[in-house]
Design a protein around this ligand. Structure first.
Ligand SMILES: [Ca+2]
Ligand SMILES: [Ca+2]
Ligand SMILES: [Ca+2]
Ligand SMILES: [Ca+2]
Length: 724
């Protein structure tokens, strides 16, 4: 992927793209797609206006620039495809005057830096005289994997609104026509199919890894090979090449893809046992040199060449605005293999990790009811943002939205569970995890050995109680046995295993009586946006992308989940913060770990049937049903629309009716939905919703009755006396 040049070349590409039509040979194919947008919505917000636009799916967020809605579209082609041109033509351009300046992009901050309360809102920026942005789109071409296939990836960042600050005008395009011209290869690339999974580690771990290799081959049907570092360096399988050990490993992975058809790579060893690649992204005053294991997964660039991450050949890797010469290396970033690391520092840790993986896969964790429990943990990341948003709970809520049918357990500041005296916040976190769950989302602050957050709008107070911190020592004491979650941690440095071999993220896997099965988090300081924009860009966004890769994109394995998050996050014209976010998104775990059943989901359940009206405090009964394509037995869950659910009920025979009831405690209008899963744990779509209007019980405006209702004991006495 080309860095930062897209903005400069877009104008030329548009012209050459259109002019090139007549020049292409008969094998040139054209893909077109139109995207329709709606009239922008202008909302006053303090001294600014906020612009939103229906049907967009992203934002153009640049520091010291106005915040504008945008749209990201992804196209994939078989490998070997040459992309001749990409263009995007605006249609039906309209304009309108706006009364105030457009609100600036909120400030990005890092928990690792001291957050100055006075700096939390951007109150003024230099809008300049020129229209912004100065193009309708940017695009990039890369090579990675989508839908479990290697592919050429074209991403467009469409910018349907342009702002002219000098005239106070916005211009927008109601329709964008995308035209991509490409040539497919004459012959499709076909790889051998010798090994799906390559496990790489020091030879001293070969005995401890042997049971994992056997399990993968015999029980999981995954063709697996262990290759020691010595064999890589000595060129036992393929001629060794590369300037250092890291590059030799990376070239070996390239050879394993091309000669063996490998799609999963598991590295075993902490940074002392298996070398790490450090990268160099300057993001404002953050010049932290950090480890990026993505280096080992991003093998090819868009021309199918080896992506060295050192295109300027100065032996400094992954440079972004680095050093006094402001160097840049071209990095593609799209993973070409599903990748994970077990950061084991000794054979005992290898045995613990291997045993957990074998048990998890043998038990088919994804078929268990505990797997559908989701623990979310968060508070207020940045007290003092201008909209007083508790950022982490906001992130947790987004994760809950993504993970439909997963029953959330909210360990939050706002429900008092992180701030109690007895149980303490730490005890609440432990008991939520010890109850068993398939996934955890930690959103907050961190350091190598700890996670923590703030109480709402309270900069001074760190939680959870009692100490204000949740340490790796607590993680090691978890006792959830075989009910092991995939843990996603949106916080600084919690997977910084090169500095702390006992780091917070790794401690979940180290625990041999519980903890976690796989972990994603930051190998360095992470960056996030204040307020509601925390989910739009930065490290919390890539954490949400991981849940989307699992739930929406159907990742079958942990490696697909990690790779999907990275690939989804990448977009054309990424800035320093984006590069840091993508490169530091570390994964601990077996990339081939199976996290989804091989089965078709049950059909969408029937719209729930039951009453459309009701009273507060009365129980009502609802039914639904569905069938499963393979006639698997089916479980059901009702979402009552009031923040509660029925929990999973069943299993029922395919086609049988499920009955469940609920009592609403507050008047209002609610939407009841049902969702189903089969005995393989595969979840259906949500049913159509049934609306129900709940009114207050005995809505009588009688002062006497009101008085009685406020004195329930007296009321009960009277009821009994009068036999009401
Ligand atoms: Ca370099
Ligand atoms: Ca790549
Ligand atoms: Ca906040
Ligand atoms: Ca099924």
């Amino acid at each position: 992927m080309k860095r930062f040049v897209t903005f400069l070349f877009v104008g030329i590409l548009v012209l050459s793209g259109l002019g090139a039509v007549a020049l292409q040979d008969e094998n040139t194919k054209v893909e077109t797609k139109s995207i329709n947008f709606s009239h922008p919505i202008v909302n006053e917000r303090n001294e600014f206006v906020k612009i939103s636009m229906p049907k967009t799916n992203s934002f153009l967020m640049r520091q010291n620039k106005p915040l504008l809605p945008s749209y990201i579209e992804t196209f994939t082609y078989q490998i070997g495809t040459i992309i001749n041109s990409v263009s995007c033509i605006p249609n039906d351009i309209q304009q309108q005057k706006i009364s105030k300046y457009i609100m600036p992009t909120p400030e990005a901050v890092s928990g690792g830096h001291i957050i100055n309360k006075d700096n939390k809102q951007v109150t003024t920026i230099d809008y300049g005289k020129d229209p912004y942005p100065n193009t309708w789109y940017t695009y990039d071409v890369g090579r990675g994997r989508y839908n479990n296939e290697p592919c050429v990836i074209v991403k467009l960042h469409i910018l349907p609104i342009q702002y002219n600050p000098a005239e106070g005008i916005i211009k927008w395009s109601n329709k964008m026509d995308i035209i991509i011209e490409y040539n497919e290869p004459k012959e499709p690339t076909i790889f051998n199919d010798n090994y799906d999974l390559v496990v790489i580690g020091p030879s001293e771990y070969s005995n401890e890894l042997a049971p994992l290799i056997t399990h993968k081959i015999d029980e999981m049907g995954v063709a697996t090979i262990f290759v020691s570092l010595t064999d890589i360096y000595n060129g036992v399988h393929f001629p060794a090449q590369g300037r250092d050990n890291q590059e030799k490993i990376k070239y070996f992975i390239k050879d394993a893809i091309e000669n063996w058809g490998a799609s999963y790579v598991l590295l075993v060893g902490g940074s002392d046992k298996l070398p790490v690649r450090e990268t160099h992204v300057k993001n404002g005053d953050d010049e932290e040199i950090f480890v990026s294991d993505l280096y080992y997964a991003d093998i090819y660039n868009e021309t199918d060449d080896f992506c060295s991450w050192d295109s300027n050949e100065n032996d400094v890797f992954g440079e972004y605005n680095w050093g006094t010469s402001h160097n840049y290396d071209e990095v593609d970033l799209y993973p070409d293999v599903y990748f994970g690391r077990l950061a084991c520092v000794n054979g005992g840790e290898v045995t613990t990790s291997v045993n957990k993986i074998i048990t998890y896969e043998t038990n088919k964790a994804y078929t268990k009811n505990w797997f559908n429990d989701l623990v979310v943990i968060g508070g207020d990341h940045a007290p003092g943002d201008s909209c007083a948003v508790p950022e982490e709970e906001f992130v947790n809520e987004k994760v809950m939205d993504v993970m439909g049918g997963f029953v959330p357990d909210k360990v939050w500041d706002s429900n008092g569970r992180l701030t109690g005296l007895l149980p303490t916040g730490v005890m609440e976190i432990n008991s939520a995890i010890n109850a068993g769950c398939g996934f955890i989302d930690f959103a907050g602050h961190g350091a190598t050995n700890v996670w923590a957050t703030h109480a709402y709008e309270d900069d001074e107070t760190w939680i959870p109680t009692p100490s204000g911190y949740y340490f790796n020592t607590k993680v090691k004491g978890l006792s959830n046995g075989d009910e092991l979650p995939i843990v996603i941690i949106g916080a600084c440095s919690t997977l910084k295993f090169n500095i702390d071999p006992d780091c917070f993220g790794w401690s979940f896997i180290l625990n041999n009586n519980g903890g976690g099965i796989a972990v994603c988090g930051a190998s360095g300081l992470d960056w996030f946006y204040l307020g509601e924009f925390v989910t739009e860009k930065g490290f919390e966004k890539i954490c949400i992308d991981a849940f989307e890769a699992f739930y929406d994109d159907g990742a079958m394995t942990f490696g697909e989940m990690w790779s999907g998050a990275v690939s989804d996050y990448i977009y054309p014209g990424m800035d320093a913060l984006d590069h840091k976010t993508v490169e530091e998104f570390q994964s601990f775990g077996d990339p081939s770990l199976k996290i989804r059943g091989d089965s078709q989901a049950p059909n969408k359940p029937m719209k729930p049937s039951g009453p459309a009206n009701g009273k507060v405090g009365t129980e009502y009964t609802f039914t639904t049903s569905t069938t499963d394509p393979e006639v698997d037995k089916v479980y059901y869950l009702f979402d009552w629309g009031d923040g509660t659910s029925s929990g999973w009920k069943g299993p029922y025979d395919s086609g049988d009716t499920c009955v469940a009831s609920n009592t609403w405690s507050t008047a209002g209008t609610y939407e009841i939905k049902a969702i189903a899963k089969d005995t393989n744990g595969v979840i259906s779509d949500w049913s159509e919703p049934l609306g129900i209007t709940i009114t207050k019980n005995r809505a009588v405006n009688n002062p006497f009755i009101n008085f009685l209702q406020q004195h329930p004991i007296l009321f009960q006495l009277l009821q009994r006396l009068l036999k009401l």
